[in-house]
Design a protein around this ligand. Structure first.
Ligand code: DLL
Length: 432
């Protein structure tokens, strides 16, 4: 089944024309409504009329997370705040969050994109879908929720947390679809086994994303639960979940090209790369009103393929992601930059700038231990003082990154020093 055949199956020429027309309108809109873009384009001697179609795309400047930080909170919005219906936020590299705003129409487009993804996973109106992404500032919960409602499905807004309750409701409500991170789904699968209810679940498909995963993990999920597992990609800056998903053939994720114009560029030269070559995914939002972005550098590494898929969709497909060009970690679906932890530690005092993050996956749940070197004097203090300091650091870090962490205080000079680029992270998670 295809949600919107007119949009998902158009010929390449039709798509290119549509994208070109939308791109020139987008450029005109940001030039007149976003001072940041106007200045950037003027600095390069560009006028909106210079962009006539997608062949002119590479004349345009890139946008990065730093640009959003520099214009925090609303400086890149292209509409008056009175037209913003909703705000979400994700981690910034240091103190300030990345803020995104949506008009009512943006929410409608987002819901349609997610509904298209849910259709690709073989779910429909008659299904009952549990949304177990976090609700709140993170785009996962509400994004999935609105898409599933748009689809006409029955939505169970579980959010994350109480896994046994989730499983009980999965059985009692006859849940047939679930949307959550892949690692959380493996944890749910274990809980289903422990509760002995494997033969009572009616689950048919899952839609998993927000963190890197592999075909090995997909096979494990499918085997343990007897379902079809689909990959969903998205990022807050561009919209949230629903930028792309894989269909039943699992040969890459179909990107909703009528709304998101993808490019793959070489991560060093930033020159566009051909189909099949791996590089950084760059996206221009063709229809967004609240926070339109031109050539946004996602930092996600993948390749693209414009061949028509066996499912009949003509939209370009991006390959499963192989990594990022920066040091962002995704822990239980939460984006964490080591620099956020570093600034929080430095601001609080009493610690040295030497720290080490140790990430593990235990029972399919990610854990983060932060080892921090503290000043010598603390080690001569009473144990109670050290415990207080540990609690304080854990609190400060949790406030900075929005995730509970285990803190271990270590003596000065015990964290290995490096002559080159300091290694702040040991990631022991093995993606099967
Ligand atoms: O993670 C939006 C989302 C929610 C996507 C639910 C899918 C499902 P952010 O918090 O802004 O938004 O994080 C975006 O997460 O740049 C990727 O590095 C990573 N990511 C998202 N989906 C996938 C995926 C949401 N399917 C960042 N595979 C992105 C690999 C993913 N990485």
């Amino acid at each position: 089944m295809i949600w919107n055949e007119a949009k998902e199956c158009m010929s390449r020429d039709e798509m290119t024309n549509l994208q070109g027309a939308r791109l020139s309108k987008l450029v005109d809109r940001v030039y007149h409504n976003v001072e940041y873009y106007r200045k950037k384009m003027q600095a390069e001697g560009l006028e909106p009329g210079d962009i006539k179609g997608i062949e002119d795309l590479d004349k345009l400047p890139f946008t990065t997370k730093d640009d959003l930080r520099d214009t925090y909170p609303f400086g890149m919005f292209a509409v008056d705040n009175s037209q913003i219906t909703r705000i979400h936020a994700s981690s910034g590299t240091t103190g300030k969050a990345t803020v995104v705003g949506y008009t009512r129409k943006d929410i409608d487009v987002w819901s349609e994109c997610v509904a298209r993804c849910i259709t690709m996973a073989g779910l429909g109106k008659e299904d009952t879908i549990q949304v177990a992404y976090g609700y709140g500032l993170f785009t996962g919960g509400l994004g999935a929720h609105y898409g599933a409602e748009e689809m006409g499905a029955t939505v169970v807004p579980m959010s994350t947390g109480n896994t046994k309750k989730l499983v009980t409701m999965m059985v009692d409500f006859g849940v047939t679809g679930i949307m959550c991170t892949p690692s959380y789904l493996l944890h749910i699968a274990e809980t289903i086994e422990e509760m002995g209810v494997r033969d009572q679940i009616k689950l048919k498909a899952s839609i998993n994303g927000a963190e890197p995963w592999t075909d090995g993990m997909r096979a494990q999920i499918e085997h343990q639960l007897g379902i079809h597992a689909h990959d969903i990609y998205g990022l807050s800056e561009i919209m949230g979940p629903g930028v792309a998903t894989d269909c039943q053939f699992h040969r890459g994720l179909h990107i909703h090209e009528d709304h998101f114009l993808p490019e793959i560029v070489d991560q060093k030269t930033l020159k566009p790369l051909r189909d099949g070559m791996e590089g950084e995914l760059v996206i221009s939002t063709l229809t967004k009103e609240g926070l339109p972005l031109i050539r946004y550098r996602t930092k996600d590494l993948t390749s693209i393929n414009h061949e028509v898929c066996e499912c009949g969709r003509t939209t370009a497909r991006i390959a499963r992601f192989t990594g990022r060009t920066d040091d962002m970690l995704i822990i239980r679906g939460v984006n964490v930059f080591p620099s956020q932890i570093e600034s929080a530690l430095l601001e609080m005092g009493g610690t040295t700038p030497h720290y080490l993050l140790i990430v593990d996956r235990i029972n399919n749940l990610d854990t983060l231990e932060v080892q921090v070197e503290v000043e010598e004097r603390f080690f001569s203090d009473e144990i109670r003082e050290l415990e207080n300091l540990t609690g304080k650091i854990a609190h400060v870090i949790q406030n900075a990154i929005g995730l509970a962490v285990k803190v271990k205080l270590v003596e000065p000079k015990s964290i290995e020093r490096s002559m080159g680029k300091t290694k702040h992270v040991i990631d022991n998670r093995k993606l099967i």
